[in-house]
Design a protein around this ligand. Structure first.
Ligand SMILES: Cc1cc2nc3c(=O)[nH]c(=O)nc-3n(C[C@H](O)[C@H](O)[C@H](O)COP(=O)(O)OP(=O)(O)OC[C@H]3O[C@@H](n4cnc5c(N)ncnc54)[C@H](O)[C@@H]3O)c2cc1C
Length: 411
């Protein structure tokens, strides 16, 4: 098998999938991407995500940094709301500068659209479909794939970039419950009108054990409401029952002040409630035969708390590069991918539990203290900020902890 006739199927066209497709194509592979959603999520859909350090390098090497910077959210201020008192305002860019010198916040839909545009001419995209079965037990020369809609095909390699609840992982490694680890909280996000006229400002309301937040989505007249709360035990609920999830959210935030009642009232009209546990995926190995996993599918550090986008971009870049360096030997390429990335992922998976310990205040006094401390940090000299970041948010430094190789493209 040579690179140019290696047929790769990627499941998932969000972040890891298109980054992987881009680099595999550039290294000479033949790439098909299957995505469950019928159309690409519109540019400004989804939630805000973060690119830190090495993932910004990868985007730059793809020639996409100008587009990504142009699409960034431009959040400038975090405003900690205190009912009845003046909010405490914190300079957002100076706050993240304590973690990384290179950071871009962008809506996930915008990032996915830029990545799709950069790959769509060279990569075959199949929207509105999903893998039904994977069989690598035939003649050993490939993976026989059946789809929900398209005709069956055989690929040399299949890669799951299909997120926390990965279909490829389930089909290849077994039930999600074997790999998913709950880390003690829930996250919800939905669209509502930007009725406060927010511009470049995220509002945050803290209460013991819970946070509510709102931020605008540029040029749309929309905002996103986000809710993050602690909970020792997982809820027992039906993942397909949106009304049940709405009820759970309302129960948890019942009686809270500030804009919370209005935000919850808007939930009734929200087209896109996302409600999920904050869970990580932890696996001994991401590969099995001709199948491997990348991004949240293999090593999700926890939605909203863990730097998942940075890890997904870096993982996709390294996987493509190691497959290229292995010159068509997928077993060697997969093994080197795991070796290169394992320590970075191990550190990355430390971020979520640490964020859960510090991000959501537990008591009334922590609710008071947290923004006061945040306000101080950006005023300190950069060296001291970095020191504090490494002590306080130590695991966040993990996102800078990989020296990426420059894999030379074949063409
Ligand atoms: C609400 C929320 C808030 C977040 N906030 C942040 C943040 O602030 N900062 C940050 O860095 N990260 C954040 N994250 C995490 C970030 O979104 C992920 O880590 C990142 O998107 C991982 O990219 P991925 O491509 O691996 O997976 P995903 O982005 O999850 O993409 C998976 C793709 O696979 C597709 N798919 C799923 N099943 C199938 C199937 N059966 N067949 C075909 N396709 C399928 C999905 O439609 C999707 O397009 C957040 C996540 C969530 C959910």
């Amino acid at each position: 098998m040579t690179l140019t006739n290696t047929r790769v199927l990627i499941s998932g066209a969000s972040v890891a999938g298109p980054v992987l497709a881009y680099w595999l194509r550039r290294h000479g592979f033949e790439v098909t991407v299957v995505e469950r959603t019928p159309v690409l999520r519109k540019g400004l859909g989804g939630h805000a995500v973060d690119l830190f350090g090495p993932s910004v390098d990868v985007v730059e090497w793809m020639g996409l940094l100008p587009q990504v910077l142009a699409a960034r959210t431009r959040t400038e201020l975090l405003s900690f709301e205190r009912p009845g008192r003046r909010p405490i305002e914190v300079d957002f860019s100076r706050l993240v500068a304590g973690i990384s010198e290179r950071h871009v916040e962008i809506m996930r839909g915008e990032l996915a659209a830029i990545l799709h545009e950069a790959t769509r001419r060279d990569v075959t995209y199949m929207f509105g479909d999903s893998i039904r079965t994977l069989d690598q037990n035939g003649d050993g020369d490939g993976v026989d794939v059946t789809f929900e809609h398209a005709a069956p095909r055989t690929f040399d390699l299949v890669i799951g970039a299909d997120g926390l609840h990965s279909n490829v992982r389930r089909l290849t490694f077994g039930d999600e419950s074997r790999f998913r680890h709950y880390i003690g909280g829930y996250f919800a996000v939905f669209t509502l009108p930007n009725y406060l006229g927010l511009d470049r400002r995220m509002l945050i309301y803290n209460a013991p054990g819970k946070i509510a937040a709102m931020y605008p989505v540029r040029q749309t007249g929309e905002a996103r409401a986000g809710f993050l709360f602690r909970r020792a035990e997982e809820f027992d609920y039906d993942h397909r029952d949106i009304q049940q999830q709405e009820r759970l959210l309302r129960q948890v935030y019942a009686g809270e002040g500030w804009e919370v009642p209005r935000m919850l009232a808007e939930l009734e009209h929200a087209p896109d409630l996302y409600f999920d546990s904050i869970s990580q995926i932890r696996m001994q190995s991401w590969s099995n035969g001709r199948v491997t996993l990348v991004g949240d599918a293999g090593y999700c550090p926890g939605p909203a708390v863990g730097g998942g986008t940075t890890i997904a971009v870096v993982g996709a870049y390294v996987l493509a590069g190691e497959l290229r360096d292995a010159g068509g030997d997928h077993a060697g390429g997969f093994a080197n991918y795991e070796n290169e990335l394992r320590e970075f992922v191990r550190r990355g998976l430390g971020i979520g539990p640490a964020s859960m310990r510090t991000l959501i205040p537990r008591t009334r006094s922590q609710v008071w203290l947290a923004p006061q401390l945040m306000r101080l940090v950006p005023r300190l000299p950069t060296a001291v900020q970095r020191k504090l970041a490494s002590l306080q948010a130590g695991p966040a430094r993990a996102l800078e902890s990989i020296d990426l190789k420059r894999y030379e493209p074949v063409r």
